[in-house]
Every structure is written in C-alpha cells, then in structure tokens.
Ligand binder design. Structure first.
Ligand SMILES: [Mn+2]
Length: 389
C-alpha cells in the first residue's frame, strides 16, 4: 500500500459527517408531502434512526437538531439517549421562519417586537446548546423582501448586525455561531444574507467565534463553490458545510448524486489544507430531504458519497500536482487531478470498513438487518415527524 493510500485510510477512518434530524421525518415539496411508513414520531426516534446510519457507516456519529422541531422537555435526557445509541447531539439549528409573525422577516423585521421575539429564540438555542453540550449554533435566516422599495436594504443589514451581536455575546467558551447564506427563496427580490460575502462581512465584524456555513445548494447555477471554499479557508472563516445536491435551485437531493465531480473538487480544496479530518474545526453536515426515497438508506448512501469523494481527494498526487503547476504544465496538472477522480475507491472503502469491523457494503447490511420492517411494524399511531413537528 502506498503512503498516500495509507494516509487516506487513516483520515477516512476518523471522518465524521453529521446527520440532520429532519432528514428522518416526512418531507416533500410545496406541492405534496408523501408520508412514509415507520417514520419517527419524536426526536428520540429520530436519533434511533440516525444511529442506524452510524452503525453501518461508522462515520456519522453526530446528529444536528432543529429547534423547535426537536423540542423536548429534557435535553440532557435526549443527549443521554444519543450517548446510549453511540452517537451525540451536534449542531443546533434555529428556526425563525415558521411563525406568522415572521412574514416580513425575523431578525431584520421592521418591527422591533418581532426582532426581540426572534432574538429570544436564538438565545434559547444557545441555552439548549449548554444542555446538550453542542458547540455550534447554525443560523439561517429566511429574511428578505419580495419587491423593490418594500423595505430598506441597508436598514435591514443594521438590524441583522444588532441581533447577531447579541447572540454572539451570549456564546460560551468553545461555542460558535455559524452563519449560512442563501441566494434566494423564500424571498425573491432580496435575501438579507444572500451570499458568502455578506455572511463573511458579518462574521468578520463579530469575531473569531463566528464563521460561515456553505450550503452547497444555496448558490446561483454555475457558481464555483470550491473557490468559495478556498477563500474562506484562507481567511479562517469556514465553519461548516450543509451538504446536498441540486440540479436547479435548493433541491436538497443526496450529496454527490447530481454532480459528484463538484463534490470531489470541493473535497480536494479541503484535503489540500488537511482539513477533512475529524478535528478540523469544520462541521461537515448533511442538509437534505428524502422526499421519494427511504430515509435511512438515503442517509447511508449520502455518507458513502461523501466518503468516496473524500477518498478520491486524498488520493490526489499532490507532489506531482505541484511539479506540474510550477512547470506551467496545464494538461499534466489537470491529468493528476483527473487520475484521482477516476480512481474507483470503493474497494479501498470496503477494505477500510472491514478493518473497522463493519460490513463492506453498508446499504446491503442495513437492508438485511430488518430494521426498516421493524419500525414500520412498531411505529403505529402517534404523529409522524415532519416539517413543523
Ligand atoms: Mn442548509
């Protein structure tokens, strides 16, 4: 085995991809939510399903919560439940977009009372982080406007900065604020955090505990996301990823399904800087919806897709790449990258799983486990989890 392969296996063995709790509940589009059988009815059952993904991949040891969808009376009990399942609670995701009060925005709303309500929610999320031991608060704001003249673009930025400063001041030692941006939707004229530049500017002003989150589906078509990755890494402001795939807009399809080459290019920038490992300080998370496919296998497949892209990125012959780049060898440099991309890394990952005591084929092992049939039979009655639940 080459040194490069051995190193790749070592990094892959420690790689962690966080799962979103909401991926296990029912989801859909604004046209229809197709209910699936056996879907979790509460956050405890969501964690149980997430633990299945970890059991078969060995690479998904934490679960992101979404508040209020995952509200419980006792967060320490929820954290203990996660620990019993061999996983832990990760990022806390806030929600300031589902109350009637938020029609014109939340933290950027023209009415100070609505801004206070939204701020209180964000501070409550930090309280929950204290209870669960979470280190990251993920902020995504649906705020924006639909029509020119509807509100002052600049004033809304001032309101946003004011609330962010209050939340930042509440963060404890070892806690971070991760600010996510999105080009459009649900607002169609302006979003208040539409791009990485806006998120970066706010995070820079806030301080070292504020960093930017890249949701791969939140850009204009054709955006060079790996360039954004390289820039934010260079500035020490890349806090995490929401991984998913898109063909058109914010499709939230399985990561690596629409454009595996793009995922490879992103992972290459990260591998170059040595930050794909578990202690990188970058929160690697999935943010997906499984509208028509079964949810647990959908998450297993997604984790495998990230592992495959990561493995290819780690196999890039960086020495040969540097030589070709320095020599101005355009085709040679490109060939080095493509050689790694075109490597079939599935045998390497299968071997790694067997070394870890896992089944070489996580999809088949889960299918054979009978868990899907068991939850369909067991989870009768109650209300299936989904958006808003
Ligand atoms: Mn996201």
């Amino acid at each position: 085995m080459s040194d490069r392969t051995a190193h790749a296996k070592q990094v892959l063995a420690a790689q962690t991809i966080e799962l979103p709790s909401w991926a296990f509940g029912n989801s859909g589009t604004r046209f229809k939510v197709f209910a699936q059988q056996g879907v979790p009815r509460d956050p405890f059952e969501k964690l149980a399903d997430a633990a299945q993904v970890n059991q078969y991949t060995g690479a998904a040891g934490s679960v992101a919560l979404h508040i209020p969808w995952d509200k419980v009376d006792d967060y320490q009990a929820l954290a203990a439940h996660a620990a019993d399942l061999g996983i832990r609670i990760g990022t806390i995701n806030s929600n300031t977009f589902q109350d009637d009060d938020y029609m014109l925005g939340s933290v950027c709303h023209p009415d100070p009372a609505v801004r206070r309500k939204a701020t209180a929610h964000l501070l409550e999320c930090v309280d929950i982080m204290d209870a669960t031991g979470s280190t990251d608060l993920k902020l995504w704001f649906a705020d924006g406007t639909n029509y020119p003249g509807q509100d002052s673009i600049a004033d809304r930025q001032d309101r946003l900065a004011d609330v962010l400063a209050q939340v930042y001041a509440r963060l404890g030692d070892g806690q971070r604020l991760l600010l996510e941006y999105k080009l459009f939707e649900p607002s169609f004229y302006t979003m208040d955090v539409p791009d990485w530049g806006t998120a970066y500017a706010h995070c820079l002003k806030l301080g070292p505990k504020a960093q930017v989150v890249i949701d791969t589906g939140h850009h204009a078509p054709g955006t060079n996301i790996e360039f954004i990755v390289a820039m934010l890494l260079r500035e020490g402001k890349l806090g995490g990823f929401d991984f998913n795939s898109r063909f058109y807009a914010d499709d939230d399809l399985m990561v690596g399904s629409a454009d595996p080459f793009q995922l490879f290019r992103i992972m290459h920038e990260l591998a170059l800087r040595g930050v794909v490992g578990a202690d990188s300080g970058i929160a690697y998370m999935l943010d997906q919806c499984h509208n028509i496919e079964p949810k647990i296998p959908g998450q297993i497949r997604s984790v495998m897709n990230v592992q495959e892209a990561t493995a290819k990125a780690l196999l890039v012959d960086t020495d040969a790449l540097a030589v070709a780049q320095a020599a101005g060898d355009v085709l040679g440099a490109n060939a080095v990258l493509m050689d790694a991309y075109n490597t079939d890394v599935r045998p390497l990952l299968a071997e790694l799983r067997e070394e870890q005591g896992l089944d070489a084929d996580p999809m088949a092992a889960y299918a054979a486990s009978g868990y899907a049939e068991k939850i369909k039979a067991d989870r009768q009655g109650g209300r299936a989890a989904g958006w808003g639940a």
